[in-house]
Design a protein around this ligand. Structure first.
Ligand code: SAH
Length: 201
């Protein structure tokens, strides 16, 4: 889908190497932490320099970090309407705090767990955001009925065969009665949400 979005000219995705903005001979992008302790911390200068080049009018700069705002469908919808996003991916122990304090517009976490680097988080974010850009998905309706878009979990889906191992597709879906099908889907979505994610109701 991301490839198709780019081919259709609906999104431009670019990965840039922070090392291109490192000035020392070793092209350093990380250094030991002040105060001691394990690991390395991403330096602010290459990031600031990169932003200086890449930032334009209307650019929003996001830092991927487990300490950020927890990413959800509503945030994906909001960001899908932005014209230019820069996602900063950390490594090692993370990024010099002054980046978050002075250079970014938002800090985003994709969930309560820790990855080794921000690239995977940025890809998850990008996939969720780009699929919401009008024209990216084949059927625009398909995103609108997905889990969370409606405020509920999605209803179950079935396809051929009608009977597998005696496990049958619910009769109503074969009825051709669109009102009854709609009602059944709505009911199942509600039941599922109540069971699994009562917090959404
Ligand atoms: N020491 C940090 C974790 C650093 S993990 C802490 O405990 O908060 C290294 C990098 O991976 C981070 O800088 C961030 O860019 C990325 N990362 C890890 N987990 C992430 C998550 N849940 N969401 C977004 N980015 C994450």
């Amino acid at each position: 889908m991301l490839k198709r979005a780019q081919e259709k000219g609906l999104a431009i995705l670019e990965a840039v190497d922070l090392r291109s903005w490192a000035v020392d001979t070793h092209r350093t992008t990380a250094d030991a932490p002040y105060g001691g302790g394990p690991g390395m911390v991403m330096k602010i200068e290459p990031i600031a320099r990169a932003l200086g080049t890449l930032r334009g009018e209307g650019t929003r700069v996001l830092l991927m970090t487990p300490q950020g705002r927890r990413f959800n469908q509503r945030m994906a919808e909001t960001y899908s309407r932005e014209s230019h996003l820069i996602l900063i991916c950390g490594h090692y122990e993370g990024v010099d705090q002054r980046v978050a304090d002075h250079l970014v517009d938002d800090e985003v976490s994709i969930g309560d767990y820790v990855l080794t680097n921000g690239a995977l988080a940025a890809l998850v974010f990008t996939d969720a955001v780009v699929r919401l850009i009008p024209g990216v998905l084949g059927d625009a309706a398909s995103a609108a009925q997905d889990s969370f878009s409606t405020g509920l979990l999605d209803h179950p889906h079935y396809t051929r065969p009608e009977n597998f191992n005696g496990w049958r597709v619910p009769e109503v879906l074969l009825s051709g009665n669109h009102a009854a099908i709609e009602a059944w889907r709505r009911k199942r979505a509600l039941e599922l949400t109540r069971q699994r994610r009562p917090d959404l109701i």
